[in-house]
Design a protein around this ligand. Structure first.
Ligand code: SF4
Ligand code: SF4
Length: 390
């Protein structure tokens, strides 16, 4: 397999000139990628992103979403911004609005790809671990997609980028019968969380972290998990400081499952119908589904664009590995001075596992070449910076 091309624009701006800043350079990447290769006239184009949480504000900024929306419209495509239900659909849309992501700011409608109740899905075959899974119907049915990912850490997989954006975020919350679909990835359908009463300090963090009121102490101080409410997200176990809640899964399975599920979503698209945009900024340790955002682990890097999900994820992790560690962060707390595989250092999970699993599943290649964009040329083709402004 030949090397995949990955376009890169750094956050550094080497002139007081719009065309030298990341927004201008991002525009130039979209020019060079030629969206016409991926979007046909009248295509509905899903812009799949994570809309953040109430408190997790480090999502992709609307100015970049607007650039993407405009570029899709230039191709006469019909863009819509979407994610899937994690918290109740209407509440999630209000959260997006509070985070500045709405039709007014981006120029495209914002919707739940699995419906406002999170139950609109199409069952798609996956690999050997999952067997099959419910892909969010609006993504299943859209002819084109741009996967817009904010690259940051993740408590369960070490890292959340494009693979996780699709593998988790492209899967419906539940099916029509109420069976958790996305939750299948955290722990398989027949497995159960276990609680070790001896270790439990009754700190209540698991209860506070549950987005679905699925876990509570009863009057006898026994911790109960209510299967009819539990979405199998695993968050309660991950925040437990005493390891008193045990998830029935392991890292290798979880990373493999992410790649399998991402492959299931991608299997519903034709060749050359999916593009990936990775924003390597605000690289904090936690997923944007957490109720807060922490300070960044490393300095901002820039933005990548590619049509190869494996290549762009590998390039993202490699670039983060070269970034400068910021000490007022969880990295500083752990005395980390060089980034390297920083998400593994912080979370104890190797994010390259999910990239290798995606490569093994045939989703792309680990071999890439970076094409760095230094600036957006002026209309006459010159690249001399202006002294001020746009
Ligand atoms: S896994 Fe835990 S946090 Fe997630 S829904 Fe179930 S009880 Fe709540
Ligand atoms: S987070 Fe862990 S220690 Fe705290 S109440 Fe829940 S199970 Fe117990």
């Amino acid at each position: 397999m030949s090397k995949a091309k990955v376009y890169f624009a750094s956050v550094r701006a080497h002139a007081f000139d719009y065309d030298y800043g990341m927004v201008g350079k991002f525009e130039e990447i979209l020019n060079q990628v030629d969206l016409g290769n991926y979007v046909e006239e009248d295509d509905y184009v899903a812009l799949k992103m994570h809309l953040g949480s109430h408190g997790a504000y480090r999502t992709v900024r609307p100015v970049f979403l607007r650039k993407l929306v405009d570029a899709v419209r230039d191709q006469k495509g019909q863009p819509f911004i979407c994610d899937t239900v994690r918290i109740p659909g209407l509440e999630y849309l209000r959260t997006a609005n509070r985070n500045g992501i709405n039709e007014l700011s981006t120029g495209a409608p914002v919707l739940m790809a699995d419906g406002i109740f999170g139950m609109d899905s199409v069952t798609v075959k996956t690999g050997p671990i999952l067997g099959e899974i419910g892909v969010a119907s609006a993504m299943h049915d859209a002819p084109s997609m741009i996967v817009v990912s904010h690259c940051k850490g993740h408590i369960a997989s070490g890292y959340g980028g494009a693979i996780k954006n699709l593998g988790m975020g492209g899967i419906a919350f539940k099916d029509r019968k109420g069976n958790a679909q996305r939750g299948k990835m955290h722990f398989l359908q027949n497995a159960e969380l276990t609680w070790d009463e001896e270790k439990c300090s009754q700190c209540l963090q698991c209860i506070n972290a549950c987005p679905h009121e699925g876990i509570a102490f009863d009057e006898g101080n026994k911790l109960n998990i209510y299967s009819e409410k539990c979405a199998r997200c695993g968050r309660c176990a991950r925040v437990c400081p005493e390891a008193a809640l045990i998830l029935p899964q392991n890292d290798e399975m979880f990373q493999g499952v992410l790649a399998e599920a991402a492959g299931a979503v991608l299997s519903t698209f034709g060749k050359n119908k999916v593009l990936y945009v990775n924003f390597i900024t605000d690289i904090h340790p936690e997923c944007d589904c957490m109720p807060m955002a922490d300070s960044a682990l490393v300095s901002d890097v820039g933005v990548l664009v590619s049509d190869d999900i494996v290549a762009i994820e590998k390039a993202t992790l490699d670039l983060i590995g070269e970034a400068q560690v910021l000490q007022n962060s969880k990295a500083g707390d752990k005395d980390i001075t060089e980034a390297g595989n920083i998400f593994e250092k912080v979370h104890g999970k190797d994010p390259y596992m999910q990239v290798k699993a995606a490569a093994k599943a045939g989703l792309g290649t680990m071999e890439y070449e970076l094409k760095t964009i230094e600036c957006k040329p002026k209309p006459d083709g010159s690249t001399e910076p202006r002294m001020f402004g746009h």
